[in-house]
Design a protein around this ligand. Structure first.
Ligand code: HMG
Ligand code: MG
Length: 292
């Protein structure tokens, strides 16, 4: 029996948020529709953050309103706070992702809060979301290194994750926000996370800054991780993290997973066609490693 592996697509959010081309809602909706056709079951469609901070995500309300949130698809939206949650729920969203960093400086620059303030705020946001019937996923950023502070103590990551799960998040996504992770470190820490929380509660969110995204994904896979985030065509990064171009590309992740016989349920050719559409019709400077 092939190992089942879940792929969580972040291109329409983490990808687009870091591109200088700002897409209108209709094009973002078209992107989500094309990705849905590939067999993905989890797609992060945008964020409800402050439009002044991330103008690329200003129209997420319109994107969310156009999608069917009652289907078997999970269309996720990133929310930073109570205001973001209210906007998401008003737009029909039922799957929300919250986020905070495991390093103080990155958290301050990203959400203008200390770690303690974020934990307090997210406790309320997660409680409010779950009590209104939403499923909540929680990202912890900078888990394998912070661009401002350097090394991050993984004990602190586990402590933050414990709290977010206790508040009601169903899964923790370990964010290598600027792609500083290295394979042995990623493998060892993935193992600790899987041991502490169990396989279903651990996801890994890799960025390919150093070209180690695929290798780090394999290191995590070997230590039991079965939930992976990736971005079509390798779009994306974090606008408040210098040196964070490129999430791990969905094509690269699929190439890896399919080559080792894992079952993702995702059609890699459809993903590659979407990358080609983003390149040729929309003008993004991306390249798919899957030949059409
Ligand atoms: P703040 O200025 O501290 O917010 O920003 P505030 O609570 O003090 O409110 C100030 C004003 O913002 C108020 O308006 C609020 O209503 C408004 P005013 O009264 O002045 O007119 N406001 C909002 N407006 C719209 N939507 C909202 C919202 N909240 C407050 N949700 C805030 C705090 C978090 C909003 C801001 O810092 C922000 O938007 N940051 C954006 C952060 C971001 O999007 N970062 C990228 C995503 S995270 C990421 O990429 C990492 C990840 O991929 C994992 C990984 O790679 O590690 C997930
Ligand atoms: Mg990211």
């Amino acid at each position: 029996m092939a190992e089942k592996v879940s792929v969580y697509e972040v291109g329409p959010r983490d990808g687009l948020q870091n591109e200088s081309i700002i897409l209108p809602a209709e094009t973002r909706i078209e992107l989500v529709r094309r990705l849905t056709k590939s067999g993905l079951k989890n797609i992060e469609i945008g964020s409800f953050v402050h439009p002044k901070w991330v103008p690329q995500m200003a129209d997420t309300d319109a994107v969310a309103r156009d999608l069917d949130h009652t289907s078997d698809m999970a269309y996720w939206a990133l929310v930073p706070n109570a205001k973001g949650l209210t906007r998401a729920i008003e737009a029909g969203v039922t799957h929300v992702a919250v986020f905070m960093s495991s390093s103080e400086t990155h958290n301050q620059r990203n959400v203008n809060r200390s770690i303690a303030e974020s934990l307090e705020g997210l406790s309320e946001v997660i409680t409010a979301a779950t009590s209104q019937g939403c499923t909540v996923r929680a990202y912890i950023s900078t888990v394998f290194g912070c661009p401002y502070e350097g090394d991050v103590d993984f004990d602190r990551v586990l402590e933050i994750g414990d709290k977010l799960l206790e508040y009601g998040a169903f899964q923790i996504s370990l964010g290598d926000t600027t792609g500083m992770g290295q394979p042995i470190q990623v493998g060892e820490n993935s193992k600790r996370a899987v041991e502490q929380w169990g396989v279903d509660k651990v996801a890994i969110h890799l960025h390919d800054t150093q070209g180690l995204g695929q290798t780090n994904a394999f290191a995590a896979y070997l230590e039991g991780v079965r939930n992976f985030d990736s971005s079509v065509g390798g779009l994306g990064g974090c606008p408040y993290a210098p040196g964070a171009p490129g999430n791990l590309g969905t094509e690269d992740l699929l190439n890896l997973l399919h080559s080792i016989g894992a079952d993702t349920g995702v059609d890699a050719t459809e993903i590659a066609k979407t990358s080609e559409w983003l390149r040729s019709s929309i003008g993004f400077n991306i390249k798919s490693r899957i030949q059409l």
